[in-house]
Structure formats: structure tokens, C-alpha cells
Design a protein around this ligand. Structure first.
Ligand SMILES: *[C@@H]1O[C@H](CO)[C@@H](O)[C@H](O)[C@H]1NC(C)=O
Ligand SMILES: *[C@@H]1O[C@H](CO)[C@@H](O)[C@H](O)[C@H]1NC(C)=O
Ligand SMILES: *[C@@H]1O[C@H](CO)[C@@H](O)[C@H](O)[C@H]1NC(C)=O
Ligand SMILES: *[C@@H]1O[C@H](CO)[C@@H](O)[C@H](O)[C@H]1NC(C)=O
Ligand SMILES: *[C@@H]1O[C@H](CO)[C@@H](O)[C@H](O)[C@H]1NC(C)=O
Length: 480
């Protein structure tokens, strides 16, 4: 049995470095962003709000900024719109296909039960496995067969987007930090809110599926089993329990990832040139439900605690990754190692995202919430179509509309709500935070981000907090 708290401490210490590195690229850009922001705010205060004119001016500000505006613009509006049409297009194609194949074409199975009872049911094979170390052969074909046999279960959501299974969890025993269980409950609620709004399923796990693969390695066996338990899911979205979704409207630009199988936040240069173990963050990622991913996880786990090579990798990883302290092999370093050493094999399917906060470091973010809220409120006051009331099921449509204005205004990383705020190094459950952070900074930051997210949900219910970290709410006065 691996000592969890020891691993937590190690990961806490490691995050110390993660912080300084994570912050660096943001700082450089944020100085430039800050200058533009100051200038923009000055324009708003002294010349009245005219976002459209401002947008034109900002675009003309410099050609460099022009490219930045594009760079930080995930262009999700059109993607969302397209996706909304995909659903009906798929249905139409299926009907067409059936017609073309002639009338004699019977459905493969009359009922779901028929498939479950048939010899096609791969779940009934004795060698079908849920665990790392036993690959499922031809998983892609098996998934497709399952989808064909279960036509009423769709691999896309009502909005026509490829189906995502949200996967997260926390430890099987009570938190040592007195407020830990409360914070974990709130991070759970946060993800559950997002899933309800976006029509996604979530599996929340509270047990170690493999006693040796504890702590940050625990997600690998969990993802492996979730893939086979959810053939309808196109993607698995792994979120550490200390990651908070802080834009309840945003959706991953999945269209952009259509040729990739593994999406992480990070910087290509820091991975491939600097060989930094902090070049990516392994606490939040999207992984496609496919054979490639299963093979990749097999390879990844060869560096994990269950492998006979585990001990040797402690040193190998530090030899290859110069900024890594010598300590037990960890999931993130192992991942960077794989990306570098076997780039030819895997690199083509890995996408390193940094055009929005796919996940962002909490210290960079938690101080910005009030100003972001103000900007969103100003946007709503300006564009009355955003200031209406709506049912929760319509929230996605409002997100699409807002996206248009976000784009028209300064459409940037620093204007938009951060999608995911990650409390790396805070260890809210054990309280065993990295010593370079103050416990109260971690706790306040986490509460602020949870409140920031919850206020977006409460808006749908007609209320909002008097301020972040307040338990008092006021009814919202909607614009007519
Ligand atoms: C945004 O989407 C539109 C419509 O699909 C496309 O024409 C345009 O090139 C996209 N812009 C960027 C910057 O990707
Ligand atoms: C979606 O479908 C509607 C109606 O069929 C059409 O007007 C619209 O242009 C489509 N949008 C996109 C982005 O394809
Ligand atoms: C529908 O079928 C056409 C041609 O068969 C294809 O080009 C298109 O991509 C299909 N659309 C979807 C959503 O599968
Ligand atoms: C759903 O599954 C089918 C069959 O595997 C695939 O062709 C299609 O692209 C998937 N749809 C989405 C939206 O991922
Ligand atoms: C928020 O905006 C105000 C001006 O409205 C500015 O003085 C302050 O520095 C901003 N705070 C942050 C954290 O950006």
C-alpha cells in the first residue's frame, strides 16, 4: 500500500516548481494584456461604453494585437452553431442510409436485450478486461458495433456535440483538513452543475481501483475502465478534484480537436525544447475513447507504481527532464517523457492547448473574478439579448450569443472567464498544502472560485451573492 500522504506531500512540493514555471508565460503576456486593459478601461470610463467602436479601435491598435485577438479567440460560436446542426444531420444521414440499403435491411437487433444475449456481446468474453495490462483488442470496432446495436443511445449530445463523460473523484476516507470534506462537496457540486447545464454524464469515483496506483496515478486505471463502461462516450474529461470549472457556459472547442486523441494544457516549447516536466499539466485533460488511448495508457503506466520499472524511472525521468527533482516517478513527468522520447509514435495525436484556460493556475486567476464579473455585467447591460431570463436548458443558447460579443469586444484570455481554475499544490482534502502557499490563500481562493462559478448557476435561478465568499444572496433585477 503506497503511503498517500507521502505522495501528496511530494506532489505538493513538486507543485512549487510548477507554479513558477506555469506563471511565466502568463506574466509576459499579461503585462501586454494589462497595458491594453488599462487603456481599454480608460476608454470606457471617459468615453462611455461603445464596445463596437472600441473593438474596431483595438483591432487597429497594432497588427500584432490583431493576431493575438485571433489567437485567444477559440472561435467557438461557429463551432457551437455547426454542432447544433450536426445532430439533425446525423439523423438524416442514418435515415438516408437505411433507405439506400433497401427495405429488406432489418435492424441488427430487435432490442437491446437481443444484443446482450447474442454472441456479439463482447462484454461476455472471458478475456474482456477493465484493467490496465490487459488490452481490449479492436476496441474501436467493438465500440462501433455497440453503437450500432444500441441506436437509441447516442454518442453525441442533444446539441450534436460528441459525448463527453466527465470523470473525477476523491479519496475513500474522510478529509484530514477540517473544512476539506465541505470543500470537496462543493467541488463536486460545481462539476455536477456544469454537467446538468451541458447534458453530460459524470462518474465520481471514491475508491482506488488499483491499490498500487494511488494518488496521481489513480486516474489511469479509472479512465481505462470508464472507457469500456461507456462505449457511448467519445471523450473522457478527467478533472482533478481540486479543479473548479469557472465558466459554466463555455464548452471545449471539440471541432478543433477532431484529429487529436489527447488534449492537455501547456506549452509545446517547454515540453519539446526545454524538456520541462512542467511543460504540461496532467491534472486536467481530454482523452478520446479509442484504441490509441488504451495503448497510450498502457505505455504511460509502464512508468507507474505497478510496473517493475517504476523504481528505475525515478532516476530516468530526472535525467531526461532537467528541472525535475529526484523523487518517485510521477504521472506528469512520465507523460512529458513519453511525449519527448516517443514523439513520433504519440506526438501527432497530442494537442497542447494554451489559447484559453483549459486549466489555469489558481494564483494567476483568483484575483481577477470581480473585474471579470463587472465586464460580463457591462456586456449584459449593453446587449439586452444577454440580460434576459432563461430556463436552464436554454443556457447553451445564451452562451452562443455571448460568445459573439466576447469576440466582438476584446476577445482575449484576460477578458473571458477562465474555463478551469486548478488549485494545484493546495491539497484541500488533506490540508497538506505546499509550504510556499498559505493555507488561507488556498482556502479563500477555492471558495472564491466556487462562489464565482456558483453565481453563474444562481443567475439562472434569479439570485446572486452579495459578493464572493458571502452566503447572502440578492434577487437579480433583470433588464426588461
Ligand atoms: C471562425 O469560424 C468561421 C466559420 O466557420 C471561419 O470562417 C473562420 O475562419 C474562423 N476563424 C478563425 C480565426 O478560426
Ligand atoms: C444550421 O441550420 C440552419 C437551418 O437549417 C441554417 O440556417 C444554418 O445556416 C445552419 N448553421 C450552420 C452553422 O451550419
Ligand atoms: C452525411 O452524409 C454525407 C454524404 O454521404 C457526408 O458528406 C456528411 O459528412 C454526412 N454528415 C454527417 C453529419 O455524418
Ligand atoms: C459516433 O459514432 C460513429 C460510429 O463510430 C462515428 O462515425 C461518429 O463520428 C460518432 N459521432 C460523434 C459525434 O462523435
Ligand atoms: C480591477 O479593475 C480596477 C479598475 O476598475 C483596477 O484598479 C484593478 O487593478 C483591477 N484588478 C485586477 C486584479 O485586475
Amino acid at each position: 500500500m503506497v503511503n498517500d500522504s507521502k505522495l501528496e506531500t511530494i506532489s505538493g512540493n513538486m507543485v512549487q516548481k510548477r507554479k513558477s514555471f506555469d506563471g511565466l508565460p502568463f506574466w509576459t503576456v499579461s503585462i501586454a494584456g494589462g497595458l491594453l486593459l488599462c487603456w481599454s478601461l480608460w476608454r470606457i470610463c471617459f468615453s462611455g461604453i461603445d464596445y463596437r467602436a472600441l473593438a474596431i479601435e483595438v483591432r487597429g491598435f497594432s497588427s500584432q494585437w490583431n493576431s493575438k485577438i485571433h489567437r485567444y479567440d477559440p472561435n467557438v460560436t461557429s463551432v457551437i452553431q455547426q454542432n447544433q446542426n450536426v445532430s439533425s444531420a446525423i439523423e438524416q444521414n442514418q435515415t438516408k442510409e437505411n433507405e439506400m440499403n433497401g427495405r429488406e435491411e432489418e435492424p441488427l437487433y430487435r432490442s437491446m436485450d437481443e444484443w446482450e444475449e447474442s454472441s456479439d456481446n463482447f462484454y461476455a468474453d472471458s478475456d474482456f478486461s477493465y484493467t490496465v495490462g490487459n488490452t481490449v483488442k479492436n476496441w474501436d470496432a467493438k465500440r462501433q458495433q455497440w453503437l450500432r446495436a444500441h441506436p437509441h443511445i447516442k454518442n453525441y449530445t442533444e446539441g450534436g456535440r460528441p459525448r463527453i463523460l466527465v470523470l473525477t473523484g476523491s479519496q475513500p476516507y474522510p478529509c484530514k483538513n477540517p473544512i476539506g470534506d465541505h470543500l470537496i462537496l462543493r467541488t463536486f457540486k460545481n462539476k455536477q452543475d456544469y454537467c446538468r447545464i451541458h447534458g453530460l454524464d459524470m462518474f465520481y469515483n471514491t475508491i482506488l481501483l488499483n491499490q498500487k496506483m494511488a494518488s496521481y496515478w489513480a486516474k489511469i486505471p479509472l479512465i481505462r475502465t470508464a472507457m469500456v463502461a461507456h462505449p457511448e462516450a467519445e471523450w473522457i474529461w478527467w478533472l482533478d478534484s481540486d479543479a473548479v470549472i469557472t465558466d459554466m457556459e463555455f464548452e471545449h472547442p471539440l471541432e478543433k480537436y477532431k484529429d487529436f486523441n489527447f488534449i492537455l494544457h501547456g506549452w509545446e516549447k517547454n515540453v519539446y525544447e526545454k524538456r520541462s516536466w512542467l511543460g504540461i499539466n496532467a491534472g486536467v485533460f481530454l482523452i478520446r475513447n479509442c484504441e490509441w488511448s488504451m495503448d497510450f495508457m498502457e505505455r504511460w503506466s509502464v512508468m507507474g507504481p505497478e510496473s517493475p520499472l517504476y523504481e528505475s524511472f525515478a532516476k530516468i525521468l530526472s535525467d531526461v527532464l532537467p528541472d525535475r527533482p529526484v523523487t518517485e516517478s510521477d504521472d506528469q513527468s512520465a507523460l512529458v517523457y513519453l511525449m519527448i522520447k516517443e514523439k513520433k509514435k504519440w506526438g501527432g495525436k497530442i494537442y497542447i492547448e494554451n489559447e484559453y484556460y483549459f486549466q489555469g493556475f489558481w494564483l494567476d486567476i483568483v484575483g481577477t473574478f470581480e473585474n471579470i464579473s463587472k465586464r460580463y455585467e457591462a456586456m449584459e447591460a449593453e446587449h439586452t439579448e444577454l440580460s434576459r431570463r432563461y430556463a436552464e436548458k436554454s443556457a447553451r443558447l445564451y452562451a452562443v450569443k455571448r460568445e459573439r460579443y466576447l469576440k466582438e469586444i476584446w476577445a482575449g484570455l484576460f477578458e473571458r472567464r477562465p474555463f478551469v481554475t486548478h488549485f494545484a499544490g493546495c491539497q484541500p482534502c488533506s490540508g497538506n498544502h505546499n509550504p510556499i502557499y498559505k493555507a488561507e490563500d488556498c482556502q479563500n481562493g477555492l471558495q472564491r472560485s466556487l462562489d464565482f462559478a456558483d453565481d453563474q448557476v444562481l443567475r439562472i435561478y434569479g439570485f446572486r451573492r452579495q459578493q464572493l465568499q458571502s452566503v447572502l444572496v440578492n434577487p437579480i433585477h433583470f433588464h426588461p
